[in-house]
Design a protein around this ligand. Structure first.
Ligand code: GLC
Ligand code: CA
Length: 550
């Protein structure tokens, strides 16, 4: 079937279901809640939803530990509620993509329970190894969440590999039967009418043969031996040829540590392309090194370098996925903007990424400027990774410093319930929320933003509508200016008889500004801004402006 690349003309919204909206009063977000909010989602100008996992799961990693790939968790409303949401989304011309989590399953998955007992055909569905002679772990790899990557199973008498939590055993993708299962899952959801997949850590599925010790890395040992592994392209090709090719769908692959050159192997638009877009992490590393837990001061230069690298690197060859937030990182205003200038900096951030080439994703709550959460007690964190980091990392530092580390880095900051109103429980639930609310909900909520014409929410709507109306944003060239400025981000898009200049200040202090040579501002139309006027020669705190010549 022809792949029409419909994703190139759409903006996506990511829903992390537990915290989006509770529809039945049990305190947990669900699909009934999503159904209620479909018009709201549509009102953003969005044409697609990515659902973080909705499947049955014990919830050790909030749904990324799946115990049944072909169903919807009862607490989210089951298959019936899902079908209703799918229909409601399609009726509004909103595509729906699912999270495909097949690097690992839950340890409660039937496959794993049978594999432990060596019941065929599941015996080799996972990566089992005996202890080393003398009793050591099979190799020295680290789990990305907790301790070592091996867990001994008494029933089977062997170790299994888990790159994430102990309850998330890695599937053995080298086993053709496992790859058949993946194709079955893909077809199951595509036949149901979903429009594609976000593929969770899909670049991890092919491990280096023999699972050798990692002799290079001091931490996250093994990463270089299983990320972009030897058979990855082959397996992705098999999924494509054996399922995806038959549907007009799209795929978005999560690629930790991936660079442009490697990404092009999978996404370059030529025969053999197996993936449509990559979630790269370089744009998430402007205030940290490799992981959010190694925090550094925010560097706008680093952020712009990452953006420019991907804009230029994929131009004419492949398609970018653009994002500022998702469920795995703290909130972007708190990281790259300013809580003091919450709305202004939220707008500048929005303008800085929304006019680049690619398909933008907006994460729930981003559009109203939700910020990080600062609990007083580390015990309040829920996330398995965060808890482990607190208990086992940086333990020589004082408890205060360790808590501060979580404030900077924990994914739980992005997982507090969406703030709908200033009423009880922020309008998220009529019951007791499953997780803490961010205390700023009285001020930061959807209802307040709806009522304020200058809100970030309305700015997102205007910016998305503008972007959708400008062919230059979809297909024009990209040119960055002021690469060395640590205080402003300036870029131009040009094509289809249009020229666009995006100017974004990233500073609490006023700065001088002159348009790049050849850009005559007096002949341009100011089509988007976050102040009510636009004096020449300067930019005020977190000011942004978008000029158009057409
Ligand atoms: C991905 C998900 C993250 C999850 C991990 C393990 O990075 O986005 O939330 O914890 O994979 O599935
Ligand atoms: Ca609920």
């Amino acid at each position: 079937m022809e792949h029409t690349q419909w994703y190139k003309g759409r903006v996506f919204y990511q829903i992390w279901p537990r915290s989006f909206k509770d529809g039945n009063g049990d305190g947990m977000g669900d699909l009934w809640g999503v159904y209620e909010k479909l018009d709201y989602i549509k009102s953003l100008g969005v044409g697609g939803i990515w659902f973080s996992p909705l499947y049955p799961s014990p919830g050790v990693d909030c749904g990324y530990d799946i115990s049944d790939y072909m169903d919807i968790a009862p607490e989210y409303g089951g298959m019936e509620a899902f079908e209703k949401v799918l229909e409601g989304a399609h009726a509004r011309d909103i595509k729906v993509i699912m999270d495909l989590v097949v690097n690992h399953t839950s340890s409660q998955h039937e496959w794993f329970q049978k594999s432990r007992r060596r019941i065929e055909p599941y015996t080799d569905y996972y990566i089992w190894r005996p202890a080393r002679p003398g009793g050591g772990l099979p190799n020295n790899w680290d789990s990305l969440f907790e301790g070592k990557a091996w867990q001994f199973d008494e029933l089977r008498g062997e170790y299994y590999l888990h790159l994430f939590a102990v309850e998330q055993p890695d599937l053995n993708m080298d086993n053709p039967l496992v790859r058949e299962e993946v194709k079955k899952i893909l077809r199951f959801w595509l036949d149901k009418g979903v429009d594609g997949f976000r593929e969770d850590v899909i670049t991890f599925i092919s491990k280096t043969e023999g699972l050798p010790d990692d002799r290079l890395m001091p931490a996250s040992r093994g990463l270089l031996l299983y990320n972009n592994g030897p058979h990855l392209l082959e397996y992705l090709t098999e999924f494509y040829d054996g399922a995806l090719a038959d549907y007009d769908c799209m795929t978005l692959a999560e690629g930790p540590m991936i660079n442009v050159k490697k990404a092009l192997r999978y996404i370059e638009e030529k025969p053999g392309k197996v993936i449509d877009m990559i979630i790269q992490f370089e744009c998430m590393s402007a205030d940290c090194i490799a992981t959010d837990y190694i925090h550094t001061p925010f560097s706008l230069r680093r952020l712009k370098r990452a953006w420019t690298k991907w804009q230029k690197g994929l131009a004419g060859k492949a398609w970018n996925m653009l994002y500022l937030e998702n469920h795995d990182h703290p909130r972007v205003i708190s990281r790259y903007g300013s809580e003091k200038y919450r709305v202004l900096s939220g707008k500048t951030l929005a303008a800085a990424y929304l006019f680049q080439q690619g398909t933008p994703f907006v994460y729930q709550g981003q559009e109203i400027g939700m910020t990080n959460w600062y609990p007083a007690d580390p015990e309040m964190y829920e996330d398995v990774q965060t808890r482990w980091q607190y208990l086992h990392k940086a333990t020589k530092r004082s408890p205060d410093k360790r808590l501060k580390r979580l404030w900077d880095a924990s994914r739980d900051s992005a997982r507090t319930p969406v703030q709908w109103t200033d009423g009880p429980k922020a309008g998220f639930t009529e019951g007791e929320p499953w997780f803490y609310l961010n205390e700023n909900y009285k001020e930061v909520n959807v209802a307040a933003a709806e009522a304020d014409p200058d809100s970030l929410l309305h700015f997102y709507r205007r910016a998305i509508a503008l972007r959708q109306s400008l062919p230059a944003v979809r297909s024009g060239s990209y040119r960055a200016f002021d690469a060395f400025s640590g205080k402003r981000c300036v870029y131009a898009r040009e094509g289809e008889g249009q020229r666009l200049l995006v100017v974004c200040a990233f500073s609490e202090a006023e700065q001088r500004f002159r348009a790049p040579a050849g850009f005559d501002l007096s002949a341009a139309k100011l089509v988007l801004q976050n102040y009510s006027d636009a004096p020449q020669g300067k930019l005020r705190p977190y000011e942004c402006r978008v000029y158009l010549w057409a």
